[in-house]
Ligand binder design. Structure first.
Ligand code: DOR
Ligand code: ZN
Length: 352
């Protein structure tokens, strides 16, 4: 990585957690990711959910069709795990080459998760097959019991589900996605080999006060929900440390403006328009800019056993104003990005 006072050149990064949606929405958002990242792991929570390798292959083709000419971007896919996922499907996914893992959504935990796993006891066979065939388990780590406070769901998931998975199948690689708490960071740090976590820009930059600043702020609502300031600080410490277990996954999750600004607004924060700039701000504020490349471009690829990207991107220290909204498909739908109308301290100026 090369740094000067006001520029930063790093190996082209990867985004290990992204929502691209489908159809016109897909075409609207893929270019934001493809211009900065070499690869991104596309989430399978579509309607219908991507539960087969065949469906993922078609989806991959649609993603590639949305990549602007001249950009070398590679989509990675993950199979949507259900109670009915068979070891044969896992084997097929593993053989496809572009499927890096399978995603565990506890049923009802988040957007389009109703087809997800109803009990971990239903999927031990699939998880064993994943360990055997070298697929990584990507986990949305929250319990769904209505009796558990929404701010405690990640910790309850660690205690009731994740620790059992990690212990019972020692050969299974597990990515605890979009961690939000100090407890989760500690769990990952203390875990066996083969357990890692992704961290989003919003959980590094905001605490839960941001949801209620002067009124209800739907564009700061995502799942898992933002947590306390102590949690945010622990996540910054983990991400900017030299621990290879913590790496970049934006969880950029676009929803149309009208679907967010509604009586029952959707969960998700769109950050792909400025993902690497947002992370640069975090690492800069922590005085750890020299670790950004490792977090963004090395640790995820190393964990997955993939080659690191070859190209580079360059950021410049330059203030710019994020638009209030972007187009979201050919109709009149709009997309309100993270930091809409606000300023960013870094700007992506080149990709090679
Ligand atoms: O905020 C979120 N949005 N969290 C998720 O887990 C899903 C995502 C989405 O698909 O909108
Ligand atoms: Zn997500």
């Amino acid at each position: 990585m090369k740094t000067s006072d006001d520029t930063l050149t790093l190996r082209r990064p990867d985004d290990w957690h992204i929502h691209f949606r489908d159809g016109a929405h897909l075409a609207a958002v893929v270019p934001y990711t493809a211009r900065q990242f070499g690869r991104a792991l596309a989430m399978p929570n579509l309607k219908p959910p991507m539960t087969t390798t065949a469906a993922l292959a078609d989806y991959r083709t649609r993603i590639l069709a949305a990549v602007p000419t001249g950009l070398a971007f590679e989509p990675m896919l993950t199979l949507y795990l259900t109670d009915a996922t068979t070891p044969e499907e896992i084997q097929r996914a593993s053989g496809a080459g572009f499927v890096v893992g399978a995603k565990l959504y506890p049923a009802g935990a988040t957007t389009h998760s109703d087809a997800g796993v109803t009990s971990i006891d239903k999927v031990w066979g699939a998880l064993e097959a994943m360990a055997e065939h070298g697929l990584v388990l990507q986990v949305h780590g929250e319990v769904t019991e209505p009796g558990v406070d929404v701010f405690d769901r990640e910790q309850a998931f660690i205690d009731r589900v994740l620790s059992r998975v990690v212990d019972r199948i020692p050969a299974l690689k597990v990515v605890f996605e979009h961690i939000t708490t100090r407890v989760a960071a500690q769990f990952v740090r203390a875990s066996r080999k083969g357990v890692a976590a992704t961290v989003t820009p919003q959980h590094l930059l905001l605490n839960r006060n941001a949801i209620f600043e002067g009124g209800i702020r739907p564009h700061h609502y995502c799942l898992p929900v933002l947590k306390r300031e102590q949690d945010r600080e622990a996540l910054v410490e983990a991400a900017t440390s030299d621990d290879p277990r913590f790496f970049l996954g934006t969880d950029s999750a676009p929803h149309a403006k009208h679907a967010k600004e509604a009586p029952c607004g959707c969960a998700g924060i769109f950050s792909a328009h400025a993902a690497i700039e947002l992370y640069a701000e975090v690492f800069d504020q922590a005085g750890r800019l020299e670790r950004l490349e490792s977090f963004a471009s090395e640790r995820g690829a190393d964990f997955d056993g993939r080659a690191r990207n070859r190209g580079t991107i360059t950021l410049r220290r330059e203030r710019w104003t994020v638009p209030e909204s972007y187009e979201y498909g050919p109709g009149s739908e709009r997309l309100v990005p993270f930091r809409a109308g606000g300023t960013l301290a870094w700007r992506l100026v080149d990709a090679a």
